[in-house]
Design a protein around this ligand. Structure first.
Ligand SMILES: [Zn+2]
Length: 432
């Protein structure tokens, strides 16, 4: 629900924008009050100090690395009362008496999904995605995708820290037409992190992807190891507008080379068996661009995907959703609209500059009105005992009750004219 403060804020924002017709060659007049909501930012990958724009790769960004606007937004939402989990070797546990598979926590590690999760693709659709890039294995994958004319049909869930090391690797995927999404900053079990830890893992990955793609803000994220619960889902959606994408089938490509039970031929044979099965539920197959062995699996299964009549789409297209929070269905579409979450909600403004921590407190503060609708989107719909994520158990299990096919954004659209800039000159970020 809109609060009165928020209504006033949004009204002022819209009025200010409408009252100032903009030349598309520039963001906002410098004296415009709205100008303070935006920041210029497009660090060059060729800059030897490129990495200095970001927290250190490989670790959860510290609280001193959090733009105030993100923190303000986090503090404005209502989180479900779910405790931070204990790692427990990949099977996070919760405080005494809390069951991770129940609808309150809804841990995907324990096969719980929500209505909001993107879990099953629509019938007949093969939602193509690759996690963990960019890596040394990525160029070979991108070449293969291009050769088969499916570059634009792939979603790349990228790790922010990996992008720091290889920004041009991410841009290669962008330039090929690939769809870029978030796989956190340092690939942690997100339910084990504090709220602020989750904030940094998601926010900074969104920031670097935006920086390298003309200010287009990612709309989808996938939790590393599938470790997500309702607390983390709520932060992702209500602070950043991110859709949580899990999977209904695990190729187990990641296990090749580390678990002797999984070989290339064995993994491919299992996936091919799934591909020849029912298409009633579409496939979201967990695959990786982390190693040559994982890329090799996709090369081997593509013929079966095609011969069995699956329609290959990236995750956004599979659900007929825009690719980015503030842009349409390509990497080149103009940034002209901004989704406003899952219904009326607040606006938060990330106002980062080259010094990364500075922000316009007055502007971001005024746009961070409180809301009370936070936890609604994360209500669990089902739990499942089916091991849908294991390559040894089949594609579709009881968790198919969580079918989310055809899910479309319920967000309203708020038109923000003219804040795309010719070329990649300016970084513009409005977040929800
Ligand atoms: Zn991963």
């Amino acid at each position: 629900m809109f609060s009165s403060n928020l209504l006033a804020t949004v009204s002022l924002l819209v009025m200010a924008v409408q009252a100032t017709p903009l030349d598309e060659s520039w963001l906002q007049p410098r004296d415009s009050p709205v100008h303070a909501l935006f920041a210029k930012r497009a660090p060059s990958p060729d800059d030897p100090n490129f990495a200095s724009n970001y927290p250190s790769p490989g670790a959860t960004p510290g609280t001193d690395k959090l733009p105030q606007a993100w923190v303000d937004k986090l503090n404005s939402i209502t989180l479900p009362n779910v405790s931070v989990s204990n790692p427990n070797n990949g099977y996070p546990t919760y405080a005494d008496g809390e069951t991770p598979s129940d609808q309150h926590i809804c841990s995907f590690t324990y096969e719980c999904t929500t209505d909001e999760d993107l879990y099953n693709a629509p019938s007949g659709i093969f939602a193509l995605s690759f996690d963990d890039g960019p890596t040394d294995a990525s160029p070979d994958l991108y070449s293969f995708l291009a050769t088969n004319n499916i570059s634009t049909a792939a979603t790349h869930f990228m790790i922010g820290g990996n992008i720091v090391y290889d920004p041009k690797g991410m841009q290669a995927a962008v330039n090929a037409g690939g769809h870029i999404a978030v796989h956190t900053w340092s690939h942690q079990y997100t339910t084990t992190l504090s709220n602020e830890g989750v904030l940094g893992e998601l926010g900074w990955t969104m920031q670097i992807i935006s920086d390298l793609n003309g200010g287009r803000i990612p709309r989808f994220w996938r939790p590393p190891y599938g470790d997500v619960d309702n607390r983390v889902r709520t932060i992702a959606k209500q602070v950043f507008g991110l859709e949580t994408v899990v999977w209904n089938t695990d190729s187990a490509d990641w296990a090749i080379g580390s678990d002797p039970a999984y070989t290339h031929d064995g993994v491919v044979a299992q996936v091919n068996q799934w591909l020849s099965g029912s298409k009633d539920n579409g496939l979201i197959l967990l695959e990786h661009e982390s190693k040559d062995t994982t890329v090799a699996v996709f090369k081997s299964i593509l013929p079966s995907i095609l011969s069995n009549g699956w329609t290959i789409k990236n995750v956004a297209d599979a659900f007929n959703m825009d690719w980015y929070v503030n842009s349409g269905k390509t990497n080149t579409e103009a940034i002209t609209t901004m989704s406003v979450g899952s219904g009326p909600n607040t606006l938060a403004v990330m106002n980062s500059t080259s010094s990364q921590q500075s922000s316009s407190s007055s502007a971001s503060g005024s746009a961070s009105a409180s809301t009370t609708s936070a936890a609604a989107s994360a209500s669990a719909s089902t739990t499942s005992a089916g091991a849908s994520r294991s390559s040894s158990t089949g594609t579709n299990t009881a968790a198919a009750a969580a079918q989310s096919s055809g899910k479309a954004s319920s967000g309203s659209q708020l038109v923000i004219p003219g804040y795309i800039v010719a070329g990649l000159g300016l970084f513009t970020a409005i977040l929800l």
